[in-house]
Design a protein around this ligand. Structure first.
Ligand code: F6R
Length: 611
């Protein structure tokens, strides 16, 4: 979603801001802008569309000199993506400029209040309310930090704000609530950003701004205050991300690069948690009595993360013998889950910043559950607020469509399943060992699948004109079908839907006509025959069937499919890790054939920080 970058230093700000905005493009946006303060005057440029258009308008920064500035990419919430709704926004009277991520929920009331005080508005955004509220308090107190603190107290909802004031031309101010902001400490200049990707080229020393804190950045330093404007001391963290992770490294898209990175990412995520053939999750420090006493598991997440939850549900029930339910976070937060202190809620989130998942986590805690999170972004809200956090070591995922986060989340659910199953005596020693053996082989088997890209190029060349595609599967293959259909929806814009294979004849089969493409996901040994029968039912009605199965399933599946993809055999628990790879590659090459903007699909954002 929206991205923020800010700079206060000894160099011209706009080239640095543009560079940061390019790095934030992956978050998804529809307009962009920059503002600088120079010689006591604010100047800005903003436009609907891409950062490269903004770059052209300001001639790479040459038309907008100044050493203190803010940049923003906006993903429209309040108001359409237009030049006037783009950030930065300037206060009535022109003294203050603001960029904003998040949603100010009481903006209508505040706007009415400000209109009553004589403020005029030129956009439909809630951000203009924020900047005018700060201006209102600035008029009253005559002191910018007091004005920011007073305005922050009146705003409800979520916000991360970057603020410039003409009267303090050397200062950049930032504050936040529930929307992330990091501060980078550089040599000869300091930085502000909504995520580290924007500033990692300049510094690896960052502070995370906490809810309610206010930061002042200048060329010489960074000072942080609490909401009462008392100075506080923070310790910088060192970011160890590999800078090349934010570059395409010779690949045409981040998506294909990230697909290819999955074997390594899975190996990195698993290896620190396995010793002597056993899962060790000592890093969590979960008491054994708690593990023994869990009576119910909810797995909560959004989109792809929630589909990891669907696969995990089957595995927890089958191997750890614990009742488990996967619920999308946006539903969980408003349902009435039956929770007590023996309920474990597992929150899965790449970003750790998804608004619905955060709300679900807080609701679960309020109701007395313990929360264990599976998160990729270190120090994110979900990681910090959950009782136990397990990190996926996927590195930054830049493509909006999730791939390596999915794979690394999935393997952590296997480790958790095994950990609970072993401690509770629910799994035999033989079965435990056979899963562990296969886990150690997983990266190699994954690598063997992703190296065969030509197959998917070829399949896409046959199928890319299809406008409706159905995915069917049972059990863990149903979980995979959900993910396969979602990938295709988001990056190729093909209408695709997933059904539990047995459900087809209860309705959706009415949609099958001559030439409809049905992707039959049939990797789960015990149910391959059943899914195949459902695929045959669609074939008898004119469908073309593309199957995904295992090497040992090929005999049953081959004869009834128009085309078949096979993945290596592995332990049943781990099948989703291999089965998902053909679905990702298929979606990627379908989108490529259709000329879609794969890394930044329309209307989508990487971190969904609004409800
Ligand atoms: C799909 C995708 C989204 C995310 C979802 C949750 O490819 O990326 O469905 O999985 O928005 O995001 P996180 O994992 O950051 O909570």
């Amino acid at each position: 979603m929206c991205g923020i970058v800010g700079y206060a230093g000894g160099e011209d700000a706009v080239p640095i801001l543009l560079d940061g905005l390019y790095k934030l493009e992956y978050r998804g946006y529809d307009s962009a802008g920059v503002a600088v303060c120079r010689d006591g005057h604010l100047r800005l440029a903003k436009t609907k569309g891409y950062v490269r258009e903004l770059d052209r308008i300001v001639d790479g920064g040459r038309l907008l000199p100044g050493a203190v500035g803010l940049g923003h990419t906006r993903w429209a919430t309040h108001g359409r993506p237009t030049d006037s709704n783009a950030h930065p926004h300037i206060s009535h009277g022109g003294k203050i400029a603001v960029v904003h991520n998040g949603i100010i929920e009481n903006y209508a009331k505040l706007r009415e209040y400000l209109v009553g005080k004589g403020f005029e508005f030129g956009s439909e955004t809630d951000t203009e309310v924020a900047v005018n509220l700060i201006q209102h308090y600035y008029n009253k107190h005559g002191e910018i930090l007091r004005a920011v603190a007073s305005a922050a107290r009146r705003m409800e909802g979520s916000y991360a704000l970057g603020i410039l004031c003409e009267d303090c031309p050397d200062m950049l101010i930032a504050t936040r609530r529930e929307s992330p902001l990091v501060l980078g400490v550089g040599d000869g200049g300091n930085f502000l950003a909504s995520d580290v990707a924007a500033l990692i080229k300049y510094t690896r020393d960052v502070y995370t701004l906490e809810d309610g804190e206010i930061a002042v950045l200048s060329e010489s330093g960074v000072t942080v205050y609490n909401g009462d404007l008392e100075m506080i001391t923070k310790t910088p963290e060192r970011v160890d991300w590999d800078i090349s992770a934010a570059e395409k490294g010779g690949f045409e898209h981040f998506m294909i690069k990230e697909i290819m990175e999955q074997p390594d990412a899975v190996a990195k995520t698993v290896s620190p948690r396995v010793a002597d053939g056993r899962v060790t999750l000592d890093e969590l420090g979960i008491p054994d009595e708690y593990v023994m006493g869990v009576t119910k598991i909810y797995i909560v997440g959004c989109g792809t993360a929630s589909y990891v939850g669907v696969a995990a549900k089957y595995n927890f029930e089958k191997y750890a013998k614990i009742p488990a339910e996967s619920v999308v976070a946006s539903e969980f937060r408003y349902s009435s889950p039956m929770i007590d202190e023996h309920t474990l809620v597992i929150c899965i989130s790449q970003s750790g910043a998804t608004a619905d998942t955060i709300a679900a986590m807080r609701e679960a805690k309020r109701l007395g559950a313990k929360v264990l999170s599976i998160v990729n972004v270190v120090g994110s809200v979900i990681a910090r607020e959950s009782d136990w956090a397990l990190y996926t070591w996927a590195g930054p995922e830049i493509c909006v469509a999730s791939t390596k986060a999915y794979s690394t989340q999935l393997v952590l659910t296997y480790l958790l399943t095994l950990y609970f199953a072993e401690k509770r005596g629910a799994i035999s020693a033989g079965e435990y060992e056979s899963v562990m053996r296969e886990i150690s082989l997983l990266p190699e088997k994954m690598a063997s699948v992703v190296k065969d890209r030509e197959t998917y190029q070829y399949l896409a060349s046959i199928y890319f004109n299809n406008e409706d595609i159905f995915f069917i599967g049972r059990n863990i293959d149903y979980a995979l079908s959900l993910e396969g259909a979602l990938k295709l929806n988001e990056i190729s814009y093909i209408h695709s839907e997933a059904y539990a294979a047995g459900e087809l004849k209860h309705g959706p089969i009415a949609l099958v006509t001559e030439g409809t493409l049905v992707v039959a996901v049939a990797t789960y040994g015990k149910l391959i025959g059943k899914t195949v029968s459902n695929a045959v039912e669609t074939r008898s009605r004119g469908a073309r069937v593309l199957s995904v199965t295992t090497q040992s399933g090929a005999d049953i599946v081959g004869g009834v499919s128009d085309r078949m993809i096979t993945v290596p055999d592995t332990h049943d628990m781990l099948l989703p890790s291999l089965g998902v790879l053909p679905l990702q590659l298929f979606a990627y090459y379908m989108a490529l054939m259709r000329g879609c903007p794969i890394d930044k699909p329309r209307n989508l954002a990487k971190s969904v920080t609004v409800e």
